[in-house]
Design a protein around this ligand. Structure first.
Ligand code: FAD
Ligand code: UDP
Length: 770
């Protein structure tokens, strides 16, 4: 479908180069883009002018004849719009609103998608039309997607739309970065002495002219350069001092040259209703130009720029002068500049545009899906499409089919069910796990009993030895470990004292290093954890969330078991058989070797449950969520046994982290034995979400998107980006099932809510929420 973009804006294109101009000049690469301005009044008959500008945007200016008999300007503007649509053959469009007022003459159109890019709380502005609020409500109802120009305005509007996303103003870094290198001065600025305090932007009721007046009066040697049009306020009310220079509006292309000549950039906004939600683009633009910034306390400037100490926040002229003096005497801006540069590193209009494009694509796709199942007038065969046949997908499929009589299609891009728990008999007839050793353990009776419907169990308590300085000793570290490692004969109390002596006390346990060092000290940490973790994650434990190494406890008794859960057992005939039973229900159809993207648009379904990577679902619109992967090397040896325990860990030598001998796990009798080596790597299949704060933040952005999707649910290790064990994923899907079954009048079944064990563990360890 060839789409055109039709933008309705209350600001003329050539007024100031701002958010609409930055964004539309990028959208014009993909869509034929029209910018429909407010009408001009002329003596000509009603009509419009149209010009293609250098940004490849068609600027349309409707003009209305003065003294016309028909005084209904809305109706006449609608007619002009209709003739534009006809003349230019605009059929399928994205209608993009900056002003809700434009709905008055455009609400009859039937666009493929309606976007509201809400830059400001327009109703708080001077001379705002009284009906603006009501029109905005209508636009919110009509819009398929809403963007906001900042975080404060997002917070204020987020409950008004389900597909709403904050996009604070960004920067044209290359453009404003020029200011760091420009030496030649603009004619009208070159004779103004230093120090210079400069501002560019619109000078209107939002400008704190009193602050500037006060500062200019008290500091007659400081020069104030104000660039920008004066609108909505009377120019006569502006202070006329010899050290305040009003240079008027300038071309966007010349702004870096003015900026280059300033000592300090300023943002004196009045703090009132009209500035409560603004997110000034100037902040990052000034910073990109390498200038220190003094601003008043605008919410979106305080957070993040003020709290990160990148910008001075002042409330009056006295504080302004104090900050100005500080900056004029600051000769070492290197550290501040490095911090600024790293802060604005990923900030660009290109990124904002790309992310918006992705969201538009997803929203268009969703509305087409809805449309196609409506237009086909075919009752969807499936109540649920479930993507991924691992634990997350298979459990929810089984519940929906068996308990709610739902028709389910479960698909997987792999050629088998069971996800990462898949096991099979290798060519010698030994049962092995294709994606590394999977040992089942849980404290949840509900999870254990639930899976017990599909398998009998073989009790198995896993033990692991770790190779430290040539000795094989048990891990988790316990009394046996220390006695064997150091040839000691300590008892539990003595071991307690032994750890106490070595432990480095920490006020807060934040990282994986803290967890271990605060319990057993640095030496044991280096021997057992540091090398293994660096190999496994390609990160130092100090760079990983505490929850990673907290999986492996420290004990003072002689318990050599890797896990202490109440239920420790393996499916007697393997995982794949268990899954096969789970999915063998007449309501469940299985489709393998199928990526969901191949069939999403072809198979009508009512609801979607997605268990693949959440970032993939959203086309990586916020960037990739990082994963750690593994290569597996399988060997079958012509001997009955290979090692003394199920797994041997290699913390400090070899490229692999561990070797597992499957017969321990499965209890299989065979005269040969199969083992697997695990080699950690980047890239490849996404196996391990990487628990770090910044990854958590990125995930939260995807979670926000996920929450705004109707009839779509995300569950499992990849879809919720959590380092979950199998039992936790089962619990998560059972919880989702409970939620789905409790909606509406659907009959509920007696399924207990299973608590999330990781959260319980974190609470126990005082680690706070994940
Ligand atoms: P998965 O099992 O990954 O299933 C997701 C499925 O979605 C996959 O089959 C995938 O092919 C499919 N999919 C993804 N994208 C698409 C798409 N676009 N279209 C169609 N299909 C798609 N847990 C334990 O409790 N004990 C252990 O001992 C243990 N050991 C582990 C060892 C290793 C090496 C690894 C990597 C994990 C281990 N785990 C263990 C964790 C366990 O594997 C997970 O908790 C569990 O498998 C998660 O199930 P899931 O359904 O969420 O994800
Ligand atoms: N770990 C370690 N040394 C070990 C075992 C584990 O440093 O001998 C750390 C390492 O960071 C590992 C984490 O503890 O990734 C969790 O170990 P677990 O055995 O639970 O990992 P998984 O089975 O999930 O790969």
């Amino acid at each position: 479908m060839n789409l055109d973009l039709l933008c309705f804006c209350h600001l003329r294109w050539n007024f100031v180069y701002q958010r609409p101009q930055h964004l539309l000049s990028k959208f014009s690469k993909t869509y034929r883009t029209f910018y429909f301005e407010e009408p001009e009044y002329t003596n000509e008959p009603d009509g419009y002018t149209i010009n293609l500008n250098k940004d490849h945007v068609w600027i349309v200016v409707p003009h209305l004849q003065v003294n016309q008999t028909n005084s209904d300007t809305t109706e006449r503007t609608r007619e002009i719009l209709d003739s534009l649509m006809e003349d230019l053959n605009i059929n399928d469009s994205i209608n993009w609103y900056y002003t809700p007022m434009a709905l008055a003459f455009s609400s009859h159109l039937k666009p493929k998608l309606t976007v509201y890019d809400c830059m400001d709380e327009l109703s708080a502005f001077k001379y705002a039309p009284p009906q603006l609020k009501a029109m905005e409500k209508q636009l919110m109802e009509r819009a398929d997607i809403v963007f906001t120009g900042g975080h404060s305005i997002y917070e204020a509007k987020k409950d008004q739309h389900e597909n709403i996303h904050p996009f604070p103003s960004s920067i044209d870094k290359a453009h404003f970065g020029l200011a760091r290198h420009i030496l030649t001065e603009q004619e009208d600025q070159k004779n103004i002495p230093h120090p210079r305090f400069g501002f560019f932007g619109v000078i209107d009721e939002r400008f704190d002219i009193e602050l500037v007046r006060g500062a200019a009066e008290q500091k007659p040697d400081w020069q104030f350069i104000l660039i920008g049009p004066v609108v909505k306020i009377d120019p006569q009310t502006l202070p006329k001092f010899p050290n305040i220079h009003y240079l008027g509006g300038k071309d966007y292309k010349d702004l870096p040259q003015y900026l280059a000549g300033w000592d300090v950039a300023i943002m004196p906004f009045a703090i009132n209703e009209s500035t409560r939600y603004i997110s000034p683009t100037k902040t990052p633009e000034y910073l990109a130009g390498g200038k220190p910034v003094i601003a008043t306390g605008i919410n979106d400037v305080i957070k993040p720029y003020g709290v990160e100490n990148l910008v001075h926040i002042v409330k009056d002229s006295a504080e302004f002068i104090a900050a100005g003096e500080l900056e004029l005497n600051n000769n070492d801006k290197k550290e501040w500049q490095t911090k600024v540069d790293s802060f604005i590193k990923n900030d660009s209009w290109d990124n904002t545009w790309l992310q918006m494009m992705q969201l538009i694509d997803i929203t268009l796709k969703n509305s087409q899906n809805k449309l196609s199942s409506n237009t086909l007038k075919r009752k969807p065969v499936f109540d649920y499409l479930i993507v991924g046949a691992g634990f997350a997908g298979s459990v929810i499929a089984e519940r929906l089919a068996s308990q709610l009589n739902k028709k389910v299609l479960i698909i997987d891009k792999r050629d088998h069910i069971a996800g990462n728990a898949f096991d099979f008999y290798d060519k010698d007839g030994i049962l092995v796990h294709k994606y590394g050793p999977h040992i089942f353990h849980t404290n949840s009776e509900d999870v254990f009993n639930y899976l017990g419907k599909f398998t009998s169990w073989r009790p198995y308590e896993h033990e692991v030895l770790t190779n430290v300085e040539g000795k094989l000793v048990p891990i988790p570290i316990n009394l046996n470990t220390i006695n064997q490692l150091y040839d000691l004969d300590l008892n539990s109390d003595q071991l307690e004292a032994f750890f106490e002596e070595r432990a480095e006390k920490k006020s807060r346990i934040k990282t994986s290093e803290d967890v271990v060092v605060s319990k057993v000290g640095r030496d044991l940490y280096e021997k057992f954890f540091r090398g293994y973790t660096r190999k496994m994650w390609n990160l130092d434990p100090s760079e990983l969330d505490a929850s990673v190494t907290a999986r492996v406890p420290t004990r003072t008794d002689k318990d050599n078991r890797y896990f202490t859960d109440t239920y420790q057992a393996m499916p007697a005939h393997g995982y794949t058989q268990m899954f096969s039973k789970m999915l063998s229900h007449p309501n469940i159809k299985i489709m393998l070797n199928t990526d969901y993207k191949e069939i999403m648009d072809m198979i009508p379904y009512k609801e979607l449950i997605f268990t693949g990577p959440i970032d993939e679902y959203f086309n990586y619109c916020y960037g990739k969520l990082p994963y750690r992967s593994l290569d597996f090397k399988f060997e079958t040896l012509d001997q009955a046994n290979f090692q003394s325990k199920g797994t041997i860990n290699f913390p400090n030598e070899h490229a692999y982290t561990r070797i597992t001998e499957f017969k321990f796990l499965t209890g299989q009798e065979h005269n040969k034995t199969s083992i697997v080596y695990e080699f950690p790597k980047d890239g490849g299949d996404p196996y391990y979400p990487i628990p770090r704060p910044e990854n958590g933040e990125l995930y939260k952005k995807y979670l926000c998107l996920a929450d705004s999707m109707a009839n779509t649910y995300f569950t499992g290790r990849l879809a919720t980006y959590k380092y979950y064990n199998m039992d936790q994923v089962v619990a998560q899907s059972l919880t989702l099932f409970k939620k789905l079954s409790q909606r509406g009048s659907v009959q509920t079944i007696n399924e207990p809510l299973v608590e999330n064990r990781i959260d319980i563990e974190r609470k126990k360890m005082n680690l706070g929420a994940a």
